[in-house]
Design a protein around this ligand. Structure first.
Ligand code: DP6
Length: 363
């Protein structure tokens, strides 16, 4: 097990200047899903995702030497310019949980300013982009104060590890194009504790893949992902699911390396529906899909049947439909999406997204 606890990361200078670090970090869409965990945020099966571009969180971490002698973390939190007590409390719990890794956090007055590129009420999960942006800021702050993370690979590994502690899926957002999280014999260096970048291993076609996110409902989910993961512990199909995910991962990697879009699409859709099947077979069971989600799936399948275009869907733990397709058919697929799917969305809302280059430091 990796151990990032480091009591030496303590500020000893008396003339520390106030400063700030800022990161923009994207969301990601899992193709093989992480659903079910154990221990401290460890996955029950390996997952693989495409890193997105236009759905991101911007986070700025401002710091100054602490004015009071208190040991508690001193934090102010602004979301889209407004103080937000609910988010502050969540972030404080997370920061407290990583003070063994970043002991200097107790020595500073911290202000975090954060905002998403997508509307907060769009029903889009923001934990992956938000937690990865914060983890990147923490690692940059460590580097700025102690120069201990100058090696890029070490930096990404630690940022991914810390992101995972905040939200499992966030550890995959650190890398361009695609990332794999979870130990598998198929990928050397893979780990349950952090994700590894997969962009270079995959067929070129995925570097410019599209993911248009059709908003079936903007309402907050009735069951959180955290609660959903916990329900996997009592799910009678859990063991079969974990074994199935491991098998599918092997097939998916082969398909993604070869650029076999049909095999990629079949596995992608099967994973999406399996995820929701697991929710329906949990105890208590629940349904996050909406009638318009199903209508959109039916339209998409009919379009694929008619045109033979490799357009497939995925789903997160929510009702919104992710429509995945390669860039060379964007001019054919867009009119279909706008004419046939968008009218089925809540308030006609959708987010055009695509595979991106991963996080960037913005200061
Ligand atoms: C369905 O990463 O949101 O999106 O670790 O409890 O924060 P926590 O869960 P989270 O779960 C994501 C679930 C998923 C699948 C995936 O992204 O792999």
């Amino acid at each position: 097990m990796l151990d990032y606890k480091n009591p030496n990361l303590i500020i000893t200078t008396t003339d520390l200047e106030p400063g700030q670090v800022t990161w923009r970090s994207p969301s990601n869409i899992a193709i093989i899903k992480y659903w079910g965990k154990h221990g401290v945020q460890l996955p029950r099966n390996p997952s693989i995702s495409l890193t997105l571009a236009s759905s991101f969180t911007d986070t700025r971490l401002e710091y100054a030497p602490k004015r009071s002698g208190e040991k508690d973390i001193s934090l102010q939190f602004f979301f889209h310019g407004e103080e937000n007590e609910k988010f502050r409390a969540k972030m404080l719990t997370f920061l407290e949980s990583v003070t063994d890794i970043f002991p200097f956090l107790r020595q500073l007055d911290l202000i975090v300013r954060s905002g998403n590129s997508f509307p907060h009420s769009a029903g889009i999960a923001s934990s992956a982009s938000a937690m990865s942006a914060l983890a990147l800021c923490l690692c940059s702050l460590e580097e700025e104060l102690f120069e201990t993370l100058s090696d890029d690979e070490e930096y990404d590994k630690k940022a991914s590890y810390v992101s995972r502690l905040g939200s499992g899926s966030a550890c995959r957002s650190i890398f361009p194009t695609a990332a794999l999280w979870g130990k598998t014999g198929e990928v050397e260096g893979s780990s349950d504790e952090f994700a590894v970048g997969m962009g270079d291993e995959l067929h070129e076609v995925f570097k410019s893949y599209h993911d248009d996110i059709l908003i079936a409902s903007k309402a907050e989910k009735s069951v959180s992902s955290r609660a959903g993961h916990a329900l996997m512990d009592g799910n009678p199909f859990a063991d079969a699911r974990y074994a199935d995910a491991k098998r599918k991962l092997i097939r998916l990697l082969d398909a993604m390396k070869a650029g076999d879009l049909e095999e990629f699409g079949k596995i992608t859709e099967n994973e999406a529906l399996t995820l929701h099947g697991l929710m329906m077979s949990s105890n208590p069971s629940y349904i996050l899909l909406k009638p318009n989600t199903i209508s959109m799936i039916e339209r998409l399948k009919a379009y694929r049947e008619d045109t033979k275009h490799p357009v497939y869907f995925s789903l997160d733990a929510g009702p919104n439909l992710h429509v995945l397709y390669p860039n060379d058919i964007v001019h054919e697929v867009r009119p279909f999406i706008e004419e046939e799917l968008v009218p089925l969305c809540e308030d006609g809302k959708y987010i055009s997204d695509w595979v991106g280059e991963g996080p960037e430091q913005v200061d």
